[in-house]
Write a protein that binds this ligand. Structure first.
Ligand code: GAR
Length: 221
């Protein structure tokens, strides 16, 4: 018997390229999740156009229309509940969520962040990675917990930082990897192959990478 696809709500604030990656992934017949609602807190963003083009229901819930975070989040929750959403994906959603909202979606709320967490939480990750001189940056999909950009890690991709990198160049190479790991992580959560055990994610039915990476390449390589 095939499992029913998990119902997903995607929260965005902007161009929605990660949303697009999820839309593209769900066109595979065996993808285990389906987006049933895209919500933006900012009107007229390109991500909403992407959703509409894909025939997905959208909603704009402007945070500015609400006196405080809890009332904004109550509106988000009302929409998500009305749509029977089971998993929420934050995809470039640039609002901090309260502990109450995060706890109510515990284990069912995931986020993508453009760094190898726990390094470079917060904003301007690529500028900071270059300034620190790290040899690898990357991206992370993780379960959301009340502390910002923390929470059990599901999938990461490491991207070498190059001497000639600018924040924009590094961002675009990291973004390519974001588009690969977000659909992968959502599939792992939707099929319940990503389980939180003692605060870390245990994955079933995956093949782990087992090749050390060195940057720059060792002499003679
Ligand atoms: C992505 O790089 C995502 O990782 C980042 O915003 C961008 C959204 O792009 N998210 C954060 O920084 C969250 N802390 P997109 O709208 O094209 O998906």
């Amino acid at each position: 018997m095939t499992q029913a696809k998990k119902r997903v709500g995607v929260l965005i604030s902007g161009r929605g390229s990660n949303l697009q990656a999820l839309i593209d992934a769900q066109s595979a017949p065996d993808y285990p999740a389906q987006i049933v609602r895209v919500i933006s807190n900012i009107p007229d963003v390109f991500g909403l156009e992407r959703a509409q083009k894909a025939g997905l229901p959208t909603a704009v819930i402007p945070h500015k229309n609400y006196p405080d975070r809890p009332s904004f989040e109550a509106a988000l929750n009302a929409q998500l509940k009305a749509d029977g959403v089971e998993i929420v994906c934050l995809a470039g959603f640039m609002r901090v969520l309260t502990d109450g909202f995060v706890s109510s979606w515990s284990g069912r709320l995931i986020n993508i962040h453009p760094s190898l967490l726990p390094s470079f939480k917060g904003l301007h990750t690529h500028e900071r990675a270059i300034a620190e001189g790290v040899r690898f940056s990357g991206c992370t999909v993780h379960f959301v917990v009340p502390e910002m950009d923390s929470g059990p890690i599901i999938v990461q991709s490491a991207v070498p930082v190059l001497q000639e990198d600018t924040p924009d160049k590094l961002a675009s190479r990291v973004l390519e990897q974001e588009h690969l790991i977000y659909p992968l992580a959502l599939a792992l959560v939707a099929t319940e192959r990503a389980r939180i055990v003692d605060g870390a994610v245990h994955l079933d039915g995956v093949t782990f990478a087992n090749q050390p990476l060195t940057n720059p390449l060792p002499r003679g390589a």
